[in-house]
Design a protein around this ligand. Structure first.
Ligand code: AMP
Ligand code: MG
Length: 397
């Protein structure tokens, strides 16, 4: 057995970032920038008011009440037509440009209007409620550095700056294939010994949820030539391949036979439970993840190896999920066996604490309990932990 760290380092090493591409901002949510983003414009592009009220000359307001003549009304999106002279004010709406001559805004609540005149209470300091040009981002500033993960807010900033396309790393196209004579996927009544293919849907969905571009390569029977043809076609059209099943010690594990022939594979036994076996290798630049067939094992193996590898290809600066500290709401017991155990749990925040509740049904074939869990408790080799103790969890999304 090798350690989780060794296996993961081996995988990540072979999952290099793909060449950068130009992406429309409308398509870029969740992608990683492949270049520094430099502002071509300032934000805000012009000095404007943060309040509805009156643009004034602060030096005019020397008394408790000052009466000023209103020379115009400036709406957002309109350019002021009048320069303010002593004794004058312009009515102004939030976001509208500040007129020449004005150096402060008085909010409407501190004024009373009488025809073409406004009376202002008190004084203001210069710059009051004015948002200067470039206050948020100045032209030529570095807005986002290379390697930023683009959130909704980032995309809003890019739109604010008139940037419609940016350099990103592409979503890897991830081909997912199921193999096994026992599997059916067309809803027919099961013949003796048959089960339904679940891994393909699960893995395609995990890949979609993580922002990759999943490609369904189908369900292939345990026939060596068909497995080879499907894998070669997948390698041709995808950036990475995920298989499930057929990589252990069984007599009909043809995936293993084919991958040994066409790919540069390493067959690993990793000190974790579930998901001990992992086949990983490459054909040229294309990584191949041979995940175990048991449904829960395939999901855990995806989480620990495929997801970080694929996120590396996509340029994520932190491809591996960080674990959080929770409090065990019940004992999470285990036996010492030299492995890290990943136990299905529910984890919920209550009053700021992450409460980790154990679940029954920890067999690696028990997919329903995996579906109901939202986290994996990480139990280092040993006896597990007692109720009330701190436990590390991977919060799955
Ligand atoms: P294998 O690794 O092929 O020996 O499969 C291990 C276990 O996982 C067996 O019980 C298989 O029936 C099951 N299995 C393999 N592939 C799938 C799949 N795509 N969906 C559901 N179960 C599967
Ligand atoms: Mg099989």
């Amino acid at each position: 057995m090798i350690s989780l760290e060794e296996a993961r380092a081996y995988v990540m090493d072979a999952c290099g970032r793909r060449p950068k591409i130009s992406t429309k901002v409308s398509e870029a949510l969740g992608l990683v920038t492949a270049e520094d983003v430099i502002a071509r414009e300032s934000l805000p592009p012009f000095a404007n008011t943060a309040m509805d009220g009156f643009a004034v000359r602060s030096e005019d307001l020397q008394d408790t009440h000052t009466r000023l003549r209103v020379v115009e009304t400036i709406a957002a999106g309109h350019n002021p037509q009048k320069t303010l002279h002593p004794g004058e004010a312009s009515r102004i709406m939030t976001g509208a440009p500040v007129p020449v001559g004005a150096d402060a805004i008085v909010m409407v609540e501190k004024t009373s209007v009488d025809g073409d005149w406004v009376t202002v209470e008190g004084s203001v300091t210069p710059g009051n409620h004015i948002r200067p040009v470039g206050d948020d981002v100045a032209a030529n500033d570095l807005v986002f550095s290379n390697g930023s993960v683009l959130s909704a807010g980032h995309l809003g900033v890019l739109c604010s700056l008139g940037i419609n396309e940016i350099a990103t790393y592409p979503r890897p196209r991830v081909g997912v294939i199921s193999t096994g004579d026992e599997l059916v996927d067309d809803g027919r009544d099961l013949e003796p010994g048959q089960i339904r293919d679940s891994n393909r849907r699960t893995l395609l969905s995990l890949a979609r949820g993580d922002g990759f571009d999943p490609v369904d390569l189908g369900l292939i029977p345990d026939i060596e030539s068909e497995i080879e043809a499907a894998l070669l076609a997948g390698i041709e059209s995808c950036d990475a391949i995920i298989t499930s099943g057929g990589v252990s010690m069984g007599d009909y594990d043809y995936v293993k036979a084919v991958l040994t022939r066409i790919a540069d594979m390493r067959w690993m036994q990793i000190a974790i439970k579930p998901a001990k076996p992992l086949a990983f290798g490459t054909v040229g630049e294309t990584p191949i993840f041979g995940l175990p067939g048991n449904p829960v094992s395939s999901m855990v193996s995806y989480e620990l190896f495929a997801r970080p590898g694929l996120r590396s290809m996509m340029g994520f600066p932190h491809p591996v999920r960080t674990s959080l500290k929770g409090v065990a709401a019940g004992a999470l017991t285990r036996k010492a066996d030299g492995k890290i155990h990943y136990a299905r749990v529910t984890a919920e925040f209550a009053d700021g604490d992450l409460i980790v509740t154990p679940m029954s049904g920890q067999g690696s074939h028990m997919l329903a309990s995996m579906a109901r869990a939202n986290a994996l408790a990480v139990l280092p080799d040993g006896e597990g932990c007692n109720e009330g103790e701190t436990v590390q969890v991977l919060l799955l999304d």
